[in-house]
Ligand binder design. Structure first.
Ligand code: ADP
Ligand code: 5GP
Length: 206
């Protein structure tokens, strides 16, 4: 399945849990026309998480029904829960020329890459394993056991790096955000029109 060319750009942001993907995306969305795709998950909401803002929280049965109806652009199982990107809202936005950002892990990113090669794939890295541990612990959203599980997945996750177009180390937050903004600008400066189209456009203006 190739989902074809669209006017909007699809950015896929991945990286180890705790690297700062959520924090960076929040900053990026503050002063841009980008829209974040809201994923669906079977995991329970964390304190402060709002239905339809952070995720759509659904049962395993409802999730499976959407899988069967081919309603996800991608989906994956992570830490005993399921996560997926609802297809229709993303495709509608891309068709309207709106840029969309997905914050998803690597299994899902690879599915998108197969179906949507025009996507732009960005990998966020923590400055070190020690800093990653500190961030996961400091976030305080997982149990000690869950943190160890996430840390032990990290080295395996790094092996996906070669599938990505860009890599940004999230040391100082503002610098990482600025680097990603630079990527967005570069992507919008890519040559997309044919020579014939360009010459016609400039000839009309004469
Ligand atoms: P992810 O979405 O990749 O799992 P988060 O965005 O939740 O990661 O970040 C994990 C923790 O690290 C959060 O507590 C966040 O406030 C903190 N954090 C994110 N980026 C930075 C940074 N550049 N410097 C220091 N702490 C950060
Ligand atoms: P968390 O439970 O911490 O919110 O997310 C766990 C992991 O799931 C993170 O790496 C996050 O990027 C990823 N994730 C969130 N939504 C989706 C999704 O729709 N699809 C996939 N494949 N991964 C997702």
């Amino acid at each position: 399945m190739n989902l074809g060319k669209h006017k909007g750009k699809l950015y896929v942001v991945s990286g180890p849990s705790g690297a700062g993907k959520g924090t960076i995306c929040k900053e990026l969305l503050k002063d841009s026309d980008l829209q974040l795709s809201i994923s669906m998950t079977t995991r329970a909401p964390r304190e402060g998480e709002v239905e339809g803002v952070h995720y759509y929280f659904v049962s395993h049965a409802d999730f499976e029904e959407i899988v069967e109806k081919d309603g996800f652009l991608e989906h994956a199982s992570i830490y005993e829960n399921r996560y997926g990107t609802p297809k229709a809202p993303v495709m509608e936005k891309l068709e309207k020329g709106i840029d969309v950002i997905l914050e998803i892990e690597m299994q899902g990113a690879l599915q998108i890459k197969e179906n949507y090669p025009d996507g732009v794939f960005i990998f966020i890295l923590p400055p070190s394993m020690a800093e990653l541990r500190k961030r996961l612990t400091g976030r305080g959203t997982e149990t000690a056991e869950a943190i160890e599980m996430r840390l032990s997945s990290t080295l395996k996750e790094l092996s996906y790096i070669e599938k990505y177009d860009y890599c940004v180390v999230n040391g100082e937050l503002e610098e990482a955000v600025n680097r990603i903004k630079a990527i967005l600008v570069a992507e919008h400066s890519k040559v997309t029109m044919t020579a014939k189209e360009l010459i016609e456009k400039y000839s009309e203006e004469e």
